[in-house]
Write a protein of this length. Structure first.
Ligand code: CP3
Length: 341
């Protein structure tokens, strides 16, 4: 077996320098992404056309010395696969036909995996194309995060619609979470079968929850997914990214059983170094806007992050996705700094 430094780190092996990938590394900051994107009818079409999705997944690795490719798709292919109307409007983000407490039973989990077949085809193509030392990352959105879009119909800063729904309609909410947990398990198991080395659970909206809600909506469903996937894929390597988990972070890691913990940029380095078991791999956590600004402030912060996690398995990444305004030369500078000091 050829050594894959990023996969090995997820599994607990410390490297001399941290391996690196960048959340949303395939995207609009790259002119070649925008060019390929223009060939697809719309964004979901790009996700469901393996030839184009493979191309955009590989683009960042042609430019930069990254240790992983992440399959190109989106977390909202799951509601789409369940039969909910999903559209990506230019400049507006995703728009969904919001579900209600009486429309959940119209979702069609039995057809979901078939609908997602093109994404699995993308993974198989990437597996064949990637150099053997590169790690192939699959992913899905965690149930609560996906539910916030399904219930709210669009992104929001406070997830108010979903928080109210979960509180007012606990039975309907539990039914929705069951569907999302089940569909995500099947999807991730299929991703491993199609060649993923590791998968990431994107819980982008783990914030704005009281501790009881955090247990019920974040820890519980993520734990069920980890256990459900590992029942079919023993020891499946899984990264959890509960963005905004703050004081719930250590509990999330311990109770869900993920191998690696993605840290958002607001997580204090001291807190992470002091409160997480030192065998747990961590991933993160540069502020994406420091990457936009670049220069010496970025270099210094990169060094501080690398130092803070030098005695544990660490994957370098941003603390949230790269933004379209990011200068490409800053990305090259970041990767060089991480790899060579
Ligand atoms: O990381 C990668 O390169 C793989 C692809 C990927 C995309 N989305 C492509 C994308 C991944 C892993 C995601 C995850 C995702 N999608 C998340 C979780 C991560 C996070 O950033 O919090 C969320 C919340 C979504 C939902 C989503 N998709 C939103 C809110 C938007 C619109 C806002 C935005 O960032 O553009 C998208 C669209 C989207 N997903 C784009 C890309 C490249 C841009 C669409 C375009 O090209 O027009």
């Amino acid at each position: 077996m050829i050594h894959k430094p990023l996969l090995a780190t997820v599994l607990g092996e410390r490297q001399a320098r941290p391996p690196v990938w960048i959340m949303r590394q395939a995207g609009r900051y790259l002119p070649e992404y925008r060019e390929t994107r223009a060939k697809a009818k719309n964004f979901l079409d790009l996700c469901y056309t393996p030839e184009l999705a493979i191309e955009v997944s590989l683009q960042p690795l042609r430019r930069f010395d990254l240790d992983a490719a992440i399959m190109f798709s989106d977390i909202l292919v799951i509601p789409d696969a369940l039969g909910q109307k999903v559209a990506f409007e230019q400049g507006e983000g995703p728009v969904l036909e919001a579900i209600s407490e009486t429309s959940i039973d119209r979702l069609q989990p039995e057809r979901a995996l078939e609908h997602l077949a093109p994404v699995l085809e993308t993974l198989r193509g990437l597996k064949a194309a990637l150099a053997p030392d590169k790690t192939l990352i699959g992913f899905c959105g965690s149930p609560w995060t996906v539910a916030t879009y399904m219930i709210g119909g669009r992104g929001s800063t406070d997830q108010a619609a979903a928080r109210l729904f979960a509180t007012r309609h606990p039975e309907a909410f539990a039914a929705l979470m069951d569907i999302l947990v089940e569909t995500s398990i099947n999807y991730l198991v299929a991703q491993f079968a199609a060649g993923a080395d590791v998968v990431q659970l994107f819980e982008s909206w783990a914030l704005n929850l009281d501790d009881e809600a955090f247990d019920e909506r974040v820890i519980g469903p993520n734990k069920r997914i980890v256990e459900g996937v590992r029942a079919k894929v023993p020891n499946a390597p899984i990264i959890g990214f509960p963005r905004g988990a703050a004081g719930n972070l250590a509990r999330y890691a311990a109770e869900t059983g993920v191998n690696a913990l993605g840290l958002d940029y607001a997580t204090p380095l001291d807190f992470a170094a002091g409160n997480l078991p030192d065998t747990l791999a961590v991933q993160g956590n540069l502020d994406p806007l420091r990457l936009v600004a670049g220069g010496s402030q970025m270099d210094e912060r990169i060094d501080r992050i690398v130092d803070a996690f030098s005695d544990r398995p660490h994957i370098f990444n941003l603390g949230h996705g790269i933004v379209p305004e990011t200068p490409i030369e800053n990305v090259a500078r970041l990767i060089n700094r991480v790899k060579n000091g």
